[in-house]
Design a protein around this ligand. Structure first.
Ligand code: NAD
Length: 549
């Protein structure tokens, strides 16, 4: 069984001042300009501690926030790119100056170990700011297009990138800092303003994001944060006057967002769920692969869109691999995420514990076996914890192999041939990411290229989102559009072309009036320009009948 640690938080952590009881009482919540009608308490899911309150924005207040973002956008876009980037660097400096406090807030509000809050949220954003600060001037520079067409030789054409306007960002609770921050940074660099709706359980992290931009001196209205519920506050944002919606969350809500946005023909990027497969070939470095499977399935308590949700192991190494995984999973320490010596913190809330446990129970009923874990645990009284769980005797048609679990559960199955492994990996409505383990990199790549996912990695897993240079996004029901990389950046711009005629005083040959002569001239020109050779073009003209060829 995994170790359940009841160790108290470290002295240093315990000595820290408690978080302010109300994020709004001490100082108005960042960008919460209009008085909010009601407030809700955010609690630490590991301890039940009251972390402070956040305002619930009404639809009217959301519309007012969008209007402020709309009013601020032209001035923000008028700043030179270098100036916008300088603001982002100021944000980064502030993150660096307060990284301990930030990691603590993220850990306490989301339940994830503080190490993960630092590693996968704070470092990720510092790196992303550095990456786009360096790359955006190149990626957003005007580009002169070649003009090979004879008829257009006197023109020049360039493409340029214009901001879209106001971006509505709706984010989930599992990466309450990294996901909204990365979207905001890309949007702002491109000259947009944003309105962020953070997920309810991690609303204080969302408000803290607003404060970061405030403190960096970003003008009022450039980053608006509207905390509140999905169905009211979030819905008002999607229905509001925004130019694009960037949504990260579940398939179900994502589908609803797209339908709502479609009514206004408002474009939407959707980063949705996953059921990521891991394939272990018989020639894999088995111990390292087992370490990867355990980390990939259990970090952030398995509440990761790209966590390892199903493992397929070659039949010849299946028993050995399962033993290794069970041994490693059994050593994991579950406890208060502020304790530096725990591996798994708490789930986001008790409802999520229930959801995961119910899925495990249904798998057991369907014939699966739990080798370790498989139940809620309580290392801290009242906390929402679940034990890291390894399951075998699962079948491909079981819910546990088909539906996203979003919890620390690792089901393992055998395969015989590479073709079968690929087919099993692809037998899913999701396609977010995947991993393949083999010493033979050629073979691994051959397998990897056949898996229908937005990202696939060899001999490691779950790190692609941490690369700002790599595109992130799903296929099938895992999403629409991309974030990160140049493709993610281009989600935040209108890609426009600008053409200039150099001989403005001269009438173009394709303008009015039309005549039989113009028509025949066009036919001849077509034969000359588009035949495989000039000779063929001439022959075509000489032999032309009334069809010109
Ligand atoms: P969720 O869909 O329940 O909520 C996401 C956000 O949508 C929240 O802010 C919520 O308040 C808001 N929302 C809910 N209803 C809404 C509505 N009608 N209109 C507008 N907004 C609304 O998801 P969650 O539980 O917060 O996050 C977990 C899910 O997110 C998982 O499925 C996970 O796989 C997915 N996820 C995907 C990625 C990715 O990059 N693909 C990353 C993280 C999480």
């Amino acid at each position: 069984m995994p170790t359940v640690t009841t160790k108290k938080p470290t002295k240093k952590a315990a000595q820290k001042k408690p978080a302010p009881k109300s994020a709004t009482a001490k100082k108005p919540a960042a960008r919460a300009h209009a008085p909010a009608r009601t407030e809700r308490i955010s609690t630490n899911p590991a301890t039940g501690e009251d972390l402070g309150s956040y305002p619930v924005f009404t639809p009217d207040e959301v519309r007012a926030a969008i209007a402020r973002a709309r009013a601020a956008q032209p001035r923000w876009a008028a700043f030179p790119l270098a100036k916008r980037i300088e603001f982002m660097k100021r944000v980064k400096r502030d993150i660096l100056n307060h990284m301990g406090d930030l990691a603590e807030l993220i850990s306490k509000e989301s339940g994830k170990p503080r190490v993960e809050a630092h590693n996968a949220e704070i470092i990720l954003i510092c790196d992303l700011i550095d990456y786009f600060s360096k790359e955006a001037p190149k990626l957003l520079a005007d580009e002169k297009l070649p003009m090979p067409q004879v008829a257009f030789k006197t023109k020049s054409t360039k493409l340029f990138y214009a901001p879209l306007g106001v971006i509505g960002i709706i984010s989930p609770w599992n990466w309450p800092f990294a996901i909204p921050m990365s979207e905001i940074i890309m949007a702002l660099i491109c000259g947009n303003t944003v309105v962020l709706k953070p997920a309810e359980p991690t609303s204080l992290c969302g408000l803290r994001i607003g404060e970061l931009f405030d403190r960096a001196g970003v003008p009022e209205g450039v980053v608006e944060v509207v905390s509140g519920s999905g169905s009211t506050t979030g819905q008002a944002l999607v229905e509001g006057d925004v130019d694009k919606v960037v949504f990260t969350g579940s398939v179900e809500v994502g589908r609803h967002i797209m339908e709502t946005a479609a009514k206004r023909l408002c474009p939407a990027v959707l980063e949705l769920g996953g059921k990521d497969p891991m394939i272990i070939c018989e020639d894999a470095y088995l111990n390292a692969a087992a370490e990867a499977a355990v980390w990939g399935a259990f970090f952030n308590q398995g509440q990761v869109c790209a966590s390892v949700e199903r493992v397929y192991v070659h039949e010849t190494v299946y028993d050995e691999f399962v033993d290794l995984v069970v041994e490693k999973a059994g050593k994991l320490r579950v406890g208060n995420p502020m304790d530096p010596d725990v591996d798994l913190g708490s789930m986001i809330n008790h409802a999520q514990v229930k959801t995961v446990h119910a899925q495990v129970q249904r798998a057991l009923k369907a014939g699966a076996r739990v080798l370790t874990g498989g139940e809620p645990v309580e290392p801290v009284k009242g906390g929402a914890f679940y034990s890291p769980t390894v399951m075998v005797d699962v079948r491909q048609d079981m819910e546990i192999m088909q539906e996203e679990t979003f919890g620390p559960v690792l089901p393992i199955m055998k395969f015989t041939t590479d073709e079968e492994a690929v087919a099993l990996a692809n037998d899913s409505r999701f396609g977010l990411s995947a991993s393949v383990f083999s010493k033979n990199l050629k073979r691994a790549e051959l397998i990897a290229r056949q898996i229908r996912t937005g990202a696939v990695s060899i001999n490691d897993c779950c790190y692609t989102y941490g690369l700002p240079q790599a595109p992130w996004g799903g296929e099938k029901e895992s999403g629409v559009g991309r974030t990160h990389s140049r493709f993610g950046l281009y989600e935040f711009v209108s890609i426009r072309s600008l053409g200039t005629e150099m001989l403005g005083q001269v009438k173009r040959p394709y303008w009015y009036p039309y005549s039989q002569g113009t028509y025949e001239m066009l036919q001849k020109a077509t034969s000359l320009l588009y035949s495989d050779s000039p000779l063929e073009g001439v022959l075509r003209i000489l032999g032309s009948g009334k069809n010109g060829g």
